[in-house]
Design a protein. Structure first.
Length: 297
């Protein structure tokens, strides 16, 4: 997804770098924002943190609305070059809310650094770190939310499941939905569903990549060249996904539309049903869900 550098360029002079002191981070009930402080502090400028910044800029957030905290000097230099006008720092500062986009092993340090600011709205995208654990490291008055995005977020085509902690209010949830909405669709779930979300949409892109690999190999076995087979398989998976998303039709209807009685697709689908594709996918989601539970325990 391209970064909207046009809208970014117009406000580079007001990047907020001069206003680096700790200002009040409001989480009042009216949902409005305080213009003098950034709207989001992205803690961790890696793959997901960078994707969020890219998505927010493409969604016409001003660079001055975004601050990225990243310990690696090389990564900071790269982020500053990628996102002109976005402040990239070593330590958190006040903002309307913080997104924790660090590895789970760095969760406590990241929480404690945010607790040292006046930021009291915190959205974690870390796998397996519970609201209870996050709350134990954050300031007592923090509103905590958790989300599980997936890798297509890096191209603005993710889907995230959002779970609100008990102290998160309507405006906190709206803020989190706006942030996550910049990199794709957002669904709301209770926190206890996040392991199943991980098993389905978190790990799901890898299932689809495996299916794509298998189709590439199958095309070659059927006599196509590796390059032709790869282009056909990748184009088919990408196109089918886009058709699903853009048509709004349920998958079973789209499948029925391309399956003529006695035709080629029916012959192929029959083999997939007989060989247990549905059962295999169901077992994969169960296994990934259980593994997510184990890792978070
Ligand atoms: N990638 C995905 O598709 C995906 C999907 C769903 C959820 N998630 C979750 O998203 C989180 C981030 O994943 P990622 O793939 O973006 O990881 P990543 O590329 O490793 O990025 C994490 C970044 O945070 C930095 N960091 C470490 N400690 C920090 C601290 N205390 N303060 C600020 N920054 C700190 C790291 O710097 P150093 O490298 O120098 O330590 C690194 O640049 C993970 O918890 C993961 O579970 C990822």
């Amino acid at each position: 997804m391209p970064v909207d550098r046009g809208s970014a360029a117009g406000v580079q002079g007001s990047s907020g770098r001069a206003a680096s002191g700790h200002r009040h981070c409001r989480r009042g009930g009216d949902g409005s924002v305080t213009p003098v402080q950034p709207k989001v502090l992205v803690v961790g400028g890696g793959s997901m943190g960078g994707a969020l910044a890219r998505g927010l800029l493409a969604a016409h957030w001003r660079p001055a609305d975004i601050v990225i905290v990243e310990p690696s000097p090389d990564r900071r230099t790269a982020l500053a070059a990628l996102f002109p006008g976005v402040v990239v720092e070593t330590e958190p500062r006040d903002a309307d809310g913080a997104v924790l986009a660090v590895k789970p092993v760095d969760a406590e340090a990241a929480c404690r650094s945010v607790a040292a600011t006046r930021c009291r709205r915190v959205l974690s995208i870390m796998a397996g770190v519970t609201v209870t654990r996050l709350e134990s490291w954050l300031a007592p008055s923090s509103a905590v939310l958790r989300a599980m995005p997936n890798t297509p977020a890096t191209v603005g085509a993710g889907v995230s499941a959002l779970a609100a902690g008990s102290t998160a209010s309507g405006p906190d949830i709206a803020w989190a939905e706006e942030v996550l909405g910049a990199v794709g669709d957002v669904v709301r779930v209770p926190e206890e569903s996040l392991d199943a979300v991980t098993g389905l949409s978190g790990s799901g892109p890898a299932y689809v990549f495996l299916v794509t690999e298998a189709l590439v190999a199958a095309g070659q076995s059927a006599g196509l060249s590796p390059e032709v087979s790869r282009r056909l398989a990748v184009g088919t998976v990408a196109g089918a996904g886009r058709l699903l998303a853009e048509s709004g039709e349920p998958p079973e209807r789209l499948r029925a539309q391309v399956t003529s009685p006695g035709g080629t697709t029916e012959a192929g689908l029959r083999v997939l049903e007989e060989r247990g594709l549905r059962e295999a996918l169901a077992a994969a989601v169960v296994a990934a869900t259980e593994r997510s539970r184990e890792l978070g325990a």
